[in-house]
Design a protein around this ligand. Structure first.
Ligand code: TRP
Length: 334
């Protein structure tokens, strides 16, 4: 275990789409809440992780600002938390190039992102590596570099990313062992309690790729459209089964335990139906996110300000990355 005073939290978010409440509840909000418990916090926009799919510059710029505005609207204070854009810290990529030489290719073959791409291709009758670029293949090594260049000890991620934090640990350990030098701290992942995976409107995991999200900073109209689409059923529910429904799961992450219990009882006793339950959920979404949505839209009115905040963030972390890289090179004798 690392000493409490050396606890460093770090997490990245890919600018691949407009953030949804699953991103917020599963990653952003818990990370912000936890940041205070750590001696240092690094939160960044993983734009080069997005580059294997987002290859239009204007789109990337826009998505990057959206994500930055999201974190700032959510309450991130850049004077307390290192907040930067990955591509502004080139040391990360230099370290990745070094790490590439210490990672067995077989480890990457087992990574779920790559495997999912292969499965998809096979299902479509295509060659395994059809449209798989090296950015996707090396994704976990870049993520490792993000983490270990700052000696992060704790990495909050969604459940789908835990494998990547495990591999970061393995890579760091392998390097340390080979050179018999504790260059890197071994990171561990942190899962946000209970909301590691929020269901989407159709009951599958809430994800941009399933198009089943509740957008984070929309307005009533968009929120309402999403909420009305939530799948419901006509089963006779018990107090246990009601808790497994998509609507209840979403509602219970936004309200107090008492409010959630109330909804469960009312649905089971049929004093309300799904329509009213959806009204309650919509109300909960509005009361939780309206103020932030306003702040978010204000921030986006002034993109230069967002760019400045990120540039200042990068300027503050680069010396830390440079020191780590210097240590690595010294160990390598380069
Ligand atoms: N791969 C993460 C995701 O898709 C984003 C990410 C990039 C990240 N680098 C990271 C998360 C480093 C934690 C630490 O969500």
């Amino acid at each position: 275990m690392t000493e409490p005073q050396n606890r460093i939290i770090l997490t990245g978010i890919k600018p691949t789409g407009t953030p949804h409440i699953g991103n917020y509840l599963g990653a952003i909000e818990p990370a912000l809440r936890r940041a205070d418990e750590y001696s240092e916090a690094f939160f960044f926009i993983a734009d080069y992780h997005a580059l294997n799919s987002v290859q239009d510059g204007e789109t990337m710029k826009e998505l990057t600002r959206n994500v930055a505005a999201t974190w700032l609207a959510a309450g991130l204070d850049p004077s307390k938390i290192h907040f930067y854009r990955q591509s502004d810290v080139p040391e990360i990529f230099e370290l990745e190039t070094i790490l590439n030489n210490f990672v067995p290719k077989g480890w990457m073959n087992k990574m779920h992102g790559y495997k999912a791409a292969i499965d998809k291709n096979r299902a479509a009758g295509k060659l395994d590596d059809f449209e798989v670029n090296m950015g996707l293949y090396n994704y976990p090594i870049l993520m490792t570099s993000d983490i270990i260049i700052f000696n992060a000890t704790h990495v909050p991620v969604g459940r789908d990313q835990t494998q990547h934090v495990e591999i970061a640990r393995d890579i760091a350990q392998r390097f340390n062992n080979q050179f018999n030098d504790a260059v890197f701290i071994l990171p561990e992942h942190v899962i946000a309690d209970g909301i590691a995976e929020l269901p989407g409107l159709d009951g599958r995991k809430m994800s941009k790729s399933y198009n089943n999200t509740i957008p984070l900073y929309a307005g009533r109209e968009v929120w309402e459209q999403a909420v009305r689409k939530i799948v419901t059923d006509s089963i006779e529910h018990t107090h246990e089964t009601i808790r497994e429904t998509v609507l209840f799961k979403l509602y219970s992450t936004l309200v107090t335990e008492d409010q959630a219990n109330d909804m469960a009882s009312q649905l089971v006793e049929k004093t309300i139906g799904w329509k009213q339950a959806k009204d309650l959920l919509l109300e909960a979404v509005e009361s939780r996110f309206s103020d932030q949505a306003r702040k978010y839209n204000e921030l986006l009115q002034n993109p230069d300000h967002i760019d400045t905040v990120l540039a200042e963030g990068a300027a503050k972390v680069r010396p830390i990355a440079q020191a780590q890289l210097a240590h690595v090179k010294q160990v390598l004798g380069i």
